[in-house]
Unconditional design. Structure first.
Length: 249
């Protein structure tokens, strides 16, 4: 999963505790890959392009509401919500991945990452993973300016998410783009049928077709190079994580 900003960039990688919370981890993982398609609310079941809607300094950052973006939406891959799996893991350090909820047994898609010890959340929120790379990005998100309701002024958005190339299915996953920009348009707005610039001006001549072909060819080349760079970068991160694990052993 790739995290970038207008001025800085980076990747946040999570290790999921699938041996302890398999059902919760599967929900999170599938929402990262987007493999489950469209949900019951008519929205794609994916964290991609969703935002971090709530940030409380020295506590946590919260995201995962891909239907409303306000903290009142989202849904699990199981349809609606699902029960608390267990409370084996505790909120005993920073950079833990835990499920947000509206009370007992109401897990959907919303999650939070701790930025402090949160023992008061033990036995009421399911911890199911932790950050293994990208703590600096979490700190950067935590430092974003917010309003009185803890809503960030910046548009903090998950740009890409999924499995790290070459990793085990339950080892790694996503996070966000920190960018003080306008939110992305909803799909309905993008497909509104409004003419593109050029169409409304009546700009069309015989050279436009060849120009378009050239630009498409260049665009494909650029995309291929970017994809290659991204994969190389992610593989380097995977090697770095493996080294960290060996040192701990």
């Amino acid at each position: 999963a790739v995290v970038s900003t207008q001025s800085t960039g980076g990747t946040v990688v999570f290790e999921l505790c699938a041996d302890i919370c398999p059902r919760t981890c599967e929900n999170f993982l599938c929402l990262c890959t987007g493999e489950k398609g469209i949900g019951s609310m008519g929205k794609p079941l994916t964290y991609k392009n969703s935002t971090f809607h709530r940030i409380v300094k020295n506590f946590m950052i919260q995201g995962g509401d891909f239907t409303k973006g306000t903290g009142v939406g989202g849904e699990s891959i199981y349809g609606g919500t699902f029960p608390d799996e267990n409370f084996i893991l505790k909120h005993d350090r920073r950079y833990l991945l835990s499920m947000a909820n509206r009370g007992p047994n109401t897990n959907g898609s919303q999650f939070f990452i701790t930025t402090a010890l949160c023992p008061h959340l033990d036995n009421s929120h399911v911890v199911f993973g932790h950050v293994v790379e990208g703590e600096r990005i979490i700190d950067q998100i935590e430092g974003t300016q917010v309003d009185a309701e803890h809503k960030p002024y910046a548009d903090i958005r998950i740009a890409e998410c999924g499995l790290l190339p070459g990793s085990d299915r339950h080892e790694t996953v996503p996070v966000a783009t920190v960018a003080p920009t306008k939110p992305l348009m909803e799909p309905e707005e993008e497909a509104s049928g409004k003419p593109m610039k050029g169409e409304e001006d009546g700009d069309s001549d015989s050279s436009s077709s060849s120009d378009s072909d050239d630009s498409e060819s260049e665009s494909e080349e650029d995309s291929s190079k970017k994809l290659k760079k991204k994969k190389t970068k992610l593989l380097k991160i995977k090697k770095k994580i493996e080294k960290k694990k060996k040192k701990k052993k």
